[in-house]
Design a binder for this molecule. Structure first.
Ligand code: DGY
Length: 427
């Protein structure tokens, strides 16, 4: 991309960020997602800082204002009424003063906080803001290991596919078969009013998403009980890698800010998680796989979740190079970006949400990880692939990695945020 093209891309990205800005938080896109989403918001802050650093901090502060007393940071905060989205607060009924959902999402928060702090223009502002949020991030991470790893294995499980952020990934198919659908209250989806249903999860997925929600609601959203009560419990390598990276960033940040106790606690969690993590490696696939915590079996589903561990520098050099080779092999079968699932798998679908499409945000986490593992050439290729997608199809939610077509919601905030990042880094 030329300097001129980069300046134009930044301008377009900034316009998307402004369009979706609701004052103290940003919506992912109009219509389809009209509230604040957890990991969307945190990653959006990385883009917002290039417009206004104070506003970037405010994005994560607003999210943390709605942290639950037990430490969980919910996946959606319903700041306003909007019946364009289902399931809304009347379905979740979590009883929070400002309604929220009752599950969580990938904890990119502390990774983002460290970057906002370390790369800040306004050092004093960054120090003040980060200091005020450290204990909240620590409480969330403690909550994970207390409530989603009750047997103290060192790895956390997700109890709902929405928690992974990769809602209808092939990774969940087997475990979701165990989730019944009897007793699901009648409902009307709204997502397919905004987006072609061929690009969204199937009704069979939604029935099970709703069954799990109703089960947890029936238990009063008591996180001390939900893990054991859920028929869906999966240890996702991508999710755990994000938690490990964030915890290690939290430790460094806490050390810098003079909070040695928080730092020591986080380091202890990281050491334990790292030791447990390699049980998720598969020689047959040359990457990590999900573990079904109910059957105690690895799940034969080669998805991007199993490549994400580079984000936390997990594995030895040989495993990291094997992941880079997997990425290269996937890229050879497509034209754009890194797909969300192995394109050689017969279950791969190039347009259906998390069953194949390329997501720029995950590509960026992968690129960050490859650099961390001293695989800078591989990282540069992934970043170039992301920019090629934007040039081809604008700021979509996700993309068909074969045709490059933009899919899902348009004018998408976190895609714009990542473009702002890429362009500023290249400047
Ligand atoms: C949705 O509604 O599609 C979201 O991904 C759930 O958080």
């Amino acid at each position: 991309m030329s300097r001129l093209d980069r300046a134009a891309a930044f301008k377009r990205a900034a316009a998307v960020l402004r369009e979706n800005d609701r004052g103290a938080y940003t919506i992912p896109t109009k219509g389809l997602y009209p509230f604040q989403w957890n990991w969307d918001s945190c990653l959006t802050a990385l883009g917002l800082r290039h417009l206004d650093e104070n506003r970037a901090w405010q994005e994560v502060e607003t999210l943390l204002d709605h942290q639950w007393p037990d430490g969980m940071v919910p996946h959606i905060v319903f700041h306003v009424d909007d019946d364009g989205y289902f399931p809304g607060p009347g379905v979740w009924r979590t009883g929070r003063p400002v309604p929220t959902s009752g599950i969580t999402q990938p904890p990119v928060l502390a990774y983002v906080m460290k970057r906002l702090h370390d790369e800040a223009g306004d050092r004093a502002l960054a120090r003040r803001k980060a200091q005020a949020l450290l204990a909240k991030a620590d409480a969330w991470h403690r909550w994970f290991y207390a409530c989603r790893d009750p047997k103290d294995t060192g790895l956390v499980a997700i109890i709902h596919p929405w928690e992974s952020g990769r809602d209808n990934s092939i990774d969940w198919d087997e475990a979701m078969m165990r989730v019944p659908t009897d007793g699901v209250e009648p409902y009307e989806r709204r997502d397919t009013r905004h987006v072609d249903s061929a690009q969204r999860p199937h009704k069979a997925d939604y029935d099970r998403f709703l069954w799990l929600l109703q089960r947890f609601r029936g238990l009063g959203w008591d996180n001390a009980r939900l893990h054991d009560a859920s028929p869906f419990k999966v240890v996702d390598p991508g999710f755990n890698a994000i938690l490990i990276r964030s915890d290690s960033d939290l430790a460094d940040l806490a050390q810098t800010l003079g909070e040695p106790e928080i730092a020591a606690r986080a380091r202890e969690r990281v050491a334990k998680a790292r030791a447990a993590f390699e049980t998720l490696w598969s020689d047959a696939f040359g990457q990590y796989l999900c573990l079904d915590r109910v059957s105690n079996q690895l799940i034969d589903s080669p998805s991007i979740g199993g490549l994400l561990p580079v984000f936390a520098g997990l594995g030895d050099g040989a495993r990291q190079r094997s992941i880079a080779a997997r990425i290269e092999a996937w890229r050879k079968r497509t034209r754009f970006g890194v797909a969300s699932h192995d394109p050689a798998d017969r279950r791969f679908e190039s347009k259906r949400y998390w069953r194949g499409p390329a997501w720029i945000i995950v590509n960026m986490l992968i690129a960050d990880g490859l650099r961390r593992c001293n695989l800078a050439d591989a990282a540069a290729k992934v970043e170039a692939g992301s920019l090629a997608l934007i040039e081809e199809s604008g700021f979509a939610e996700y993309y068909d990695p074969i045709s490059g077509e933009g899919l899902g919601g348009g004018q998408f905030t976190w895609t714009a945020a990542m473009v702002a990042e890429l362009v500023k880094r290249a400047a």
